[in-house]
Design a protein around this ligand. Structure first.
Ligand SMILES: Nc1ncnc2c1ncn2[C@@H]1O[C@H](COP(=O)(O)OP(=O)(O)O)[C@@H](O)[C@H]1O
Ligand SMILES: [Mg+2]
Length: 309
């Protein structure tokens, strides 16, 4: 029997207030790396351990978040508790089918998730795969970013693989220069990069997904899967390029979290040693399921399960 693998995602989860009509809202929890961790757990069930590493408060709301993760079978031992601060918050407003988001997250406890390198190191010590994003990096102080790079460097030296989704959100960054230098620093400790062409085109001016693929491979990242909405996924793996058509999805309800779900499908498959082109198909299937439902996370029993070949 093969040993059970462990995946850990590091980042920020926020309280989500989603409108249900008449000025009423339903409380949920969401955030890019958290969405990925949650779908990973649901897809893999007991075939893997999945943890989420962040920092929350000691208030009831933070307590409710941690309880929900425990109930869903995620490992919460890497969640730090802040005496002063609590979780960030966002509210969704609907204008017809368009959604817009307002955020209150500048003071979130998650911003100090990498302030203590020893705690961070302990939180990921068993991980075979560590996933983080540009949002994870953007919310950290300069010192915390370098703590995180050091911890990832050690984890890789111990055999862990690191996955990174740049998920560029300019509002979270100080400057273009900051985005570029910080993301490059993290790519130097990344094994798998999972960008979306939209973000990369807007920020770096890549002409097409193949250009994005070439740029990331030129940085020395060994495995790159470029998402592009309904377009093909451009993949570089084992020294080879692939363009993998994305199956058409009928009845799309809400594309929020499509990229996060793709990452979960892809990474779940890779954790089980499924080959990269097949992992893309798992990513596309997970994303397709998500966009047919409202919200970034789908009903638990709708998450496709992923099993070793
Ligand atoms: N219109 C669509 N039709 C089919 N699949 C889609 C569509 N939009 C998104 N997806 C799926 O979701 C994945 C991620 O979507 P994308 O929009 O590129 O990422 P992000 O949500 O990060 O912006 C795609 O690779 C694809 O599998
Ligand atoms: Mg994305």
């Amino acid at each position: 029997m093969t040993q059970i693998k462990t995946a850990v995602a590091i980042g920020e989860a926020m309280v989500e207030m989603a409108p249900v009509g008449d000025g009423l809202y339903r409380r949920g929890f969401a955030g890019d790396t958290f969405n990925t961790a949650w779908h990973l757990r649901m897809a893999l069930g007991n075939a893997a351990h999945v943890g989420f590493v962040t920092r929350v408060g000691k208030d009831k709301l933070s307590e409710a978040f941690v309880s929900e993760l425990n109930a869903d079978g995620l490992d919460t031992s890497g969640i730090g508790r802040d005496d002063e601060r609590t979780m960030g918050l966002y509210m969704i407003e609907l204008d017809g089918v368009e959604r817009s988001f307002s955020y209150w997250r500048n003071e979130a406890a998650a911003r100090s998730l990498a302030d203590d390198p020893a705690a961070l190191s302990a939180a990921i010590k068993d991980a075979d795969l560590i996933h983080l994003s540009g949002i994870t990096v953007a919310i950290l102080s300069t010192t915390a970013r370098s703590n995180l790079v050091d911890v990832l460097t050690d984890a890789r030296a111990g055999g862990a693989r690191v996955s990174f989704d740049p998920n560029i959100r300019p509002a979270l960054w100080e400057s273009d220069q900051d985005i570029q230098s910080s993301i490059r620093a993290f790519l130097s400790v990344t094994d798998i990069v999972l960008p979306s062409f939209d973000d990369e085109h807007t920020h770096w001016g890549d002409a097409n997904p193949d250009g994005t693929l070439d740029r990331f491979t030129s940085y020395g990242v060994a495995e790159v899967a470029v998402k592009n909405g309904h377009g093909p996924v451009s993949l570089f793996a084992h020294g080879q390029k692939y363009a993998i058509p994305t199956p058409e999805v009928a009845d799309i309800r809400d594309t929020t979290g499509a990229g996060d779900a793709f990452n979960a499908g892809y990474l779940a498959a890779r954790l089980l040693n499924i080959d990269p082109p097949t992992a893309v198909a798992h990513g596309q299937h997970m994303a397709a399921t998500t966009i047919c439902h409202f919200g970034a996370r789908i009903p638990k029993n709708s998450v496709p399960s992923i099993k070793a070949g």
